[in-house]
Design a protein around this ligand. Structure first.
Ligand code: DGL
Length: 292
């Protein structure tokens, strides 16, 4: 038995490459097959039925490519289609929502220790995500299971801004400021005082620096808030699963691990924009047609 698993990663587009980036750092000795369903993106504005159908198509494709684990990098698909995927899958399925919520819990525990449990009583999390993810309340449920109260805010303008490459643009900064200001007022009205901002969308990790800067400039009066993303937490979860399932019966492989990329729309665009999300060049992308 080889020690090297084949990990399938699925997203509505190239945003999920932020999850792959975290995975490559934590689980470098694995073969990766990535599918970006770019022809049917965005998922964030679609219905549960449509998203589930698309996600199951992608699962079948990645299983046919030899995937032994299915990582749902897309927050929207994790929020709306995890049940459907688990029912259909022959391999373990890992979504990003539960790892994200569990990372928020860990961040709160850490902050409480630092504050010596004196002045930090907040159990609030601000989740920024797509419209469909927010409507599903999947993050609120996952956070509640960890004893946290989430306020979920849809930020529909951020995905197109990131895709435009405007990750440190004044327009994006202003949009982020407005979303945060609205969210904090709306959360406050429900007595939710966030200690953590959870970036619940594949595209938002690219805005981490911009959010830090907006918090410093415009929200210095607010209690300190840490910014987390689900990508890193999901990679940790995959690492754990790989260690449990693949390492004990292994022999060391002498070949280099492989990476394959598939997109359902333009491979040229995937290559160009995807490199930004992955943090390194993507040599080759293959086109695949999964139907309408
Ligand atoms: N991948 C989606 C997510 O993480 C964002 C892009 C889309 O709406 O398809 O929610």
């Amino acid at each position: 038995v080889s020690s090297r698993p084949t990990i399938g990663i699925f997203d509505s587009g190239f945003g999920g490459l932020t999850v792959m980036r975290s995975l490559l750092a934590l689980v470098p000795d694995a073969n990766y097959v990535y599918l970006g369903d770019t022809a049917r993106l965005p998922y964030g504005s679609k219905s549960r039925e449509t998203i589930a159908r698309y996600a199951v198509d992608s699962l079948r494709f990645l299983e046919s490519q030899g995937a032994e684990l299915f990582v749902v990098a897309c927050n929207t698909a994790s929020a709306l289609a995890l049940d459907a995927l688990e029912a259909e899958a022959k391999i373990p399925v890992i979504g990003v929502i539960e790892p994200g919520a569990s990372a928020a819990r860990a961040a709160r525990n850490e902050a409480m220790q630092e504050a010596a449990a004196t002045d930090l009583t907040s159990d609030g999390v601000l989740v920024l995500a797509t419209e469909a993810t927010v409507q599903s309340h999947a993050y609120a449920r996952a956070c509640a299971a960890h004893g946290l109260r989430a306020f979920e805010k849809a930020c529909p303008l951020l995905v197109p801004l990131v895709e435009e490459g405007w990750i440190d643009h004044p327009v994006t900064e202003e949009v982020a400021r407005i979303y945060l200001a609205e969210a904090l007022v709306q959360a406050g009205a429900q007595n939710i005082i966030p200690h953590t901002i959870l970036l619940g969308c594949t595209h938002y990790p690219l805005l981490q620096d911009l959010f830090e800067c907006v918090l410093l400039k415009h929200f210095a009066d607010h209690d300190p808030m840490s910014i987390l993303d689900s990508a890193e937490a999901t990679a940790q979860r995959v690492k754990q699963l790989v260690a449990e399932r693949f390492s004990s019966t292994s022999t060391t492989s002498t070949t280099e691990p492989t990476q394959k990329f598939f997109a359902t729309d333009s491979v040229e665009k995937f290559q160009r924009l995807g490199s930004r999300f992955l943090g390194c060049p993507i040599a080759y992308v293959q086109h695949v047609d999964l139907g309408g």
